[in-house]
Design a protein around this ligand. Sequence first.
Ligand code: ZN
Length: 235
Amino acid sequence: MFGVVKSTVIDGVEFEDETESIVVSVRPRKGAKQRCGMCQRRCPRYHHGEGRRRWRGPDLGLLRSFLEADAPRVTCGEHGVVVASVPWARHGARHTRVFEDTIAWMATRTYLLKEQLREVFALKGEQGKQLLDRWLSWARRRRIPAFVHLAQRIARHREAIDATPDHRLSNGLVESTNTKIRLLTRMAFGFKSPEAMIALAMLNLGGCCPPLPRPSRRVNRPTEPAGEPFSGRSS
Ligand SMILES: [Zn+2]
């Protein structure tokens, strides 16, 4: 809890009103003190640091949690003056190890869920639908709010979604056309009438290529030899 790990002593726990967080005062145990943040070797103390420092820990429901401790510096024979190592966080990190590991674990799970969902729509017929069934039960069990919500939406629109593996139908073209029309509207800084927007959309996306008036191209003729206009001039 709070991202506290072994080799850590808890000195106190407080609720901070202004940030609505739980702040846990900690310090490294004796054996974990005065170690180089980079190589973990025991080193002489250099400076007591610049006051208390905080590391964000895992949330507790709606509350954020922080570990708070001094951040003294030590002199390492190899790395020079560095911030001393703390058992609850990696060197230079602003979050606790537990927080970082949780995020990394969630990112892996999220990536796998996303990749498998892509696979569902790459497969055809029954195979795609069976994989979607497995994906839905997997996503619900993972308890990642975004995927649980997505799984609920997929379940709601399941009949329409099954059309993709069944008939290879997709609304991709409609969605892409909508996006391009929104882009045209932005590029034109708006239109005074819907007709003007429809005309430009048809011209741009309708597949018609009527000949358009263009400014006449200026032909660059080779420059005449200097003095030519005045050729009649007596030399
Ligand atoms: Zn070192």
